[in-house]
Every structure is written in structure tokens, then in C-alpha cells.
Design a protein around this ligand. Structure first.
Ligand code: COA
Length: 514
């Protein structure tokens, strides 16, 4: 079994590979056209020395024969003239920046985060619209391409700025991104916007026209008015974009914490020192928490009750947080304690951090007679209705309904990140192979040999092993990315800062302290 350092090396290699986009041939062609690479564009617009929190860099990892790294789009949060902004940038070296199903999901997820945090959206557009062979998975449904345009309109109407810079040929859906923006900059020579490109125009109305005449920057800036500014080159366009953001007025700024941040005490070690790769080994949760909190302080709530759920108050980068972490299976007592703690944080408007390492809620007749179904539901209810921002980190296993009680993706945490040692599935491969084999045993009985049963067992185990892998999960956008354990404190600090200063809902609410 690899150790955590090997898993981190593997993660770094995967990130580097994804950052190369569509590969050498397309990168060389892109550079020959005098175009900047997508990450260079992003670096250019961000305030120097500020962080960029990239989201889902390994989307579509391992899918489409590995030909669509990062799903052909880079999204993330960065700071421009002190404004935290959501950057949504197509990578034209990957299938012309066209949209696959995972591209749509990554684009929509970035918009969702922007809408929630009122972050201006910056679209760096270089996009061939829907990837046509995948059109049925991209075009027609509620959360497909159209949903992104819907969000764009809604955000603009809500006063969340939508700004586009157009670098390449933007056709159909690609054209609508700038067309629906509040302000548009086009790069002369390479930037094009057309609902249908020259081949479509020829096929539809038999008009023969070149791309520049049809949808070039000069035409759109001087004639159609689709573009508001023309820039001689990419750098000038990106400078113009910075200027636009500088003049957004008093938009959202990051609210400073009320208390000064202080680093965790070195005596508690680094976060990754506490991460077992073998999830059968327990994680020393209290020790792990102290590697992430300010001054390694952690004021534990109800430490002598429901001990398999660790709950307590702390600060991360100066912001107060309530931490909920697993230290074993969830029993009735720990579930009710969790619901109680969430209620306290909700009342005090303290954001919640969930550290998931959970096999599930306790099963068995004793647990059922003790009302585990009802008590676990209280935790799920509390998680669902908490009005404070929630953040989830998969630090180990995320199995079964434990995923729900600990604020899995379905419970709308503001952000959800995984560690490279994590696993996510309804159940572990060991348990799954037993359950599936038992389920099938009756129907297989008459004809099945012991060999068939062993084969079924192995097949189920292999399926669950493959599907619970964090790379499988992140490729499908079940999280916002895999992060290194040692980055967790800073990532959480940034995410919490984005929500700090929001108006809070402090009205009365039902209390479920039981
Ligand atoms: N659907 C399917 N494949 C697409 C695509 C799309 N919308 N856009 C680009 N591609 C593919 C190309 O077929 C090519 O794949 P290949 O290398 O396997 O042959 C690759 O992406 C690169 O495209 P290419 O045209 O060589 O890149 P470019 O940088 O010269 O031009 C575009 C980029 C986006 C301007 C151009 O590809 C284009 O016009 N695409 C079609 C746009 C369109 O009609 N969209 C309608 C969507 S509803």
C-alpha cells in the first residue's frame, strides 16, 4: 500500500498533466497563433501574489480516452483589484474548448458558487460550443448548456457582474456566453462571435462568408455592438478586463476576521502526518484537527457523550468555525449530539466544517431498537436546515448514509474537497462483495458453482474499488477537487472568507435538541 507522500506525488503529477491541456500538438498550434495559454491568461489578470483556488482541475480525468483533461475548462476563484472573482476560462487546446458533459457541470458549478457568494464572473471565452458527438449529454436537459445561460441571466439581473473576454472562435453556445455578458472585450484578429460559423451559414442560407467578416472583433465592436471594446492583442484585452473590474464599484470584498489569525502549533505536526492510507486504521481526529486550527486550539463540545462524533469550536484563519468530525461509526448518541451542535452553530451563526471519515450509521438490532433510524434522521435534518455556510472535507471514507449525515454533496456544502486517500461509495468493496453475492446467491443457486460465486464476488469488489477511488469521484464532479491534506487549512480559510460578512438569516427556527 502506498504511503501518503506517494499519494501526494501522484496527485501533483495528475495536476501537472491536466494543466497541459490538449497536449503538445495543440499547444504548439495555439502558441503559433500568438495566443496565450489559459492558465497564463488567468495569472495575468489576478492581483500579483494572490492565491487562485482552482476548482475540479481533474474533471473528466480518465474519461474520453484521456483526451479532455480538466474537461477543457479552468475554473476557480481569484482576486482582481481586491475583488474576489469567479474565473471561468475555456482551454482551446482541448477540442477547441468545446463542452462535454463534465465541462457543462464544471461551468455550472462555478456559476453556482459565484451566485451563492455574489462573485463577479469573468469568462475567458475560447469555445466551440457543444462537443457535437456528445450533444445529447450536453444540450437539451435542465442542467445542460442552457442552464448555464439561465444562471448567467439570473446573476446579471441580481447585480452580479458578468464580463467576457473573447479570444477565439466562439460559435453557437460559445457565442452566447459573451452575448449574455454585461460587458465584452474582443481580441482583434482571433476573437470571433457567431451563432453559426461559415460552414453553417453556407449550409443554411448558401451565403459564402469568411469568419472575420461574419463575426470578427472589428465588426462586432464597430457595427453590431455585440462587443464593447476591441483590443489589439490578448494582453491589452486582459488589461482592459482588469480595468473593468476595478470600476465595478463597491461590490463584494472579502470580510476580514474579527480575530487575528495565528498558525497551528508546530508541536502538533503537519496535517498529513495524521493521515492513514489504510482506511481500516483509525484517524486520530482530535490530533488531526489541531494541525488545522488557529493556535491548535479546539474547544470540544460534549466530549464525554456520543464519543464517535467529535464536535467543537475553533478558529481557522481568524474566522470562528464549528467542527464536526468522525471518530468511529455514528450511533444514536453521536447523531443526536451532532444535531445539537449544529443547532448551536446555527443559533450563533458559526460556519460548520465536516471532516468525513465515516463507515455509516450503526446497524444491528440493538441500534435499531435504540431508534438509530430516527436519531440519524435528526442529524440529517439538522444538516439540511442549518442556515450557516457548511464545508466538507473527505479525509477518509465516506460511506452510506454517513455521507448524508456528514454533509455530503447532496446537502449543499458551499465547497466539498477530498483527500487523495479518501474513498466514497455506498459501502466499502469488502462489504459490497458480501452483500451483492448474498443478494444474488438465491437466484444463482440452482445453476451456480462456487467458481461463479467467487467470480461475482471479485467483480463486485473490483467495481466498488474502481468507483470509490477519489479520482473516479473528482472526474465526475462529485467534489470540488482533490487537495493535499496540508493545504486544507488554507483552502478552508479562503472559502470561509468568501462567505464572511454575508447577511445572516437569524429568524426563529425549530429547535431539535432532544
Ligand atoms: N464539436 C465537436 N468537435 C469539435 C467542436 C465541436 N463543437 N469544436 C472543435 N472540435 C474539435 C475538432 O473537430 C478538432 O478535433 P480533432 O483534432 O479530433 O479533429 C479539435 O476540436 C480542434 O478543433 P479545430 O477546429 O482544429 O481547432 P481551431 O482552434 O482551429 O478552431 C473552433 C476552434 C472552435 C473555432 C472550431 O473548431 C469550430 O468552429 N468548431 C465548431 C463550432 C461549432 O460549429 N459549434 C456548434 C456547436 S452547437
Amino acid at each position: 500500500m502506498p504511503d501518503i507522500n506517494e499519494l501526494i506525488d501522484e496527485l501533483r503529477c495528475a495536476h501537472v498533466a491536466a494543466s497541459q491541456g490538449g497536449g503538445e500538438r495543440f499547444r504548439a498550434r495555439h502558441a503559433e497563433r500568438g495566443k496565450m495559454f489559459v492558465r497564463d491568461r488567468i495569472e495575468f489578470i489576478l492581483d500579483p501574489g494572490t492565491a487562485f483556488l482552482e476548482l475540479s482541475p481533474l474533471a473528466a480525468h480518465g474519461l474520453y480516452g484521456g483526451e479532455v483533461p480538466g474537461a477543457g475548462i479552468v475554473t476557480g476563484i481569484g482576486v482582481i483589484h481586491d475583488h474576489p472573482c469567479m474565473i471561468i476560462a475555456n482551454d482551446a487546446t482541448t477540442k477547441g474548448g468545446s463542452f462535454f458533459a463534465e465541462t457543462v457541470r464544471k461551468h455550472s458549478r462555478a456559476q453556482e458558487i459565484a451566485e451563492q457568494h455574489k462573485l463577479p464572473c469573468i469568462y475567458l471565452v475560447d469555445c466551440g460550443g457543444a462537443f457535437l458527438p456528445e450533444q445529447d449529454r450536453v444540450f437539451p436537459d435542465k442542467d445542460h448548456f442552457g442552464g448555464g445561460f439561465w444562471r448567467q441571466c439570473r446573476m446579471s439581473a441580481a447585480g452580479i457582474p458578468q464580463i467576457s473576454v473573447v479570444f477565439g472562435g466562439c460559435t453557437a453556445g460559445g457565442a452566447y456566453i459573451p452575448a449574455l455578458s454585461d460587458q465584452v472585450v474582443m481580441v482583434k484578429g482571433t476573437g470571433r462571435i457567431h451563432l453559426g460559423g461559415p460552414p453553417i451559414v453556407k449550409a443554411a442560407i448558401n451565403e459564402i462568408v469568411d469568419g472575420e467578416t461574419l463575426g470578427g472583433a472589428e465588426m462586432h465592436t464597430n457595427v453590431s455592438g455585440v462587443s464593447d471594446h476591441i483590443a489589439a492583442d490578448e494582453e491589452t484585452a486582459l488589461q482592459k478586463l482588469r480595468e473593468i473590474v476595478a470600476n465595478l464599484g463597491d461590490g463584494r470584498r472579502i470580510a476580514s476576521p474579527q480575530q487575528e489569525a495565528c498558525v497551528p502549533l508546530a508541536a502538533h505536526g503537519e496535517t498529513q502526518d495524521h493521515v492513514p492510507v489504510d482506511l481500516k486504521r483509525p484517524i486520530k481526529m482530535r490530533a488531526l484537527i489541531k494541525t488545522m486550527t488557529d493556535g491548535s486550539e479546539f474547544s470540544e463540545f460534549k466530549p464525554d457523550y456520543g464519543k464517535t462524533l467529535v464536535t467543537g469550536f475553533a478558529h481557522v484563519h481568524g474566522y470562528p468555525v464549528g467542527i464536526i468530525a468522525n471518530d468511529g461509526a455514528l450511533f444514536s448518541e453521536s447523531s443526536v449530539k451532532g444535531a445539537h451542535f449544529i443547532e448551536l452553530c446555527d443559533q450563533r451563526q458559526i460556519p460548520l466544517i465536516f471532516l468525513q471519515n465515516i463507515t455509516g450509521f450503526m446497524v444491528g438490532s440493538e441500534a435499531e431498537r435504540g431508534g438509530i433510524a430516527k436519531h440519524s434522521a435528526k442529524l440529517v435534518y439538522a444538516v439540511s436546515n442549518a442556515r450557516v455556510p457548511k464545508y466538507t472535507i473527505l479525509v477518509g471514507g465516506s460511506y452510506g448514509a454517513g455521507n448524508y449525515g456528514m454533509c455530503g454533496r447532496g446537502f449543499r456544502p458551499r465547497f466539498l474537497f477530498s483527500w487523495p486517500n479518501s474513498r466514497i461509495a455506498t459501502m466499502s468493496p469488502d462489504v459490497a462483495s458480501t452483500v451483492v453475492t448474498d443478494l444474488r446467491r438465491a437466484s444463482l443457486k440452482s445453476s451456480a458453482s462456487e467458481k461463479d460465486i467467487i467470480a461475482l464476488d471479485a467483480k463486485t469488489r473490483a467495481q466498488f474499488e474502481e468507483q470509490s477511488d477519489p479520482y473516479y469521484a473528482t472526474a465526475r464532479l462529485w467534489d470540488d477537487g482533490i487537495i493535499e491534506p496540508n493545504q486544507t487549512r488554507d483552502v478552508l480559510g479562503l472559502c470561509i472568507a468568501l462567505a464572511a460578512g454575508e447577511d445572516q438569516d437569524t429568524g426563529p427556527r425549530p429547535v431539535y435538541r432532544m
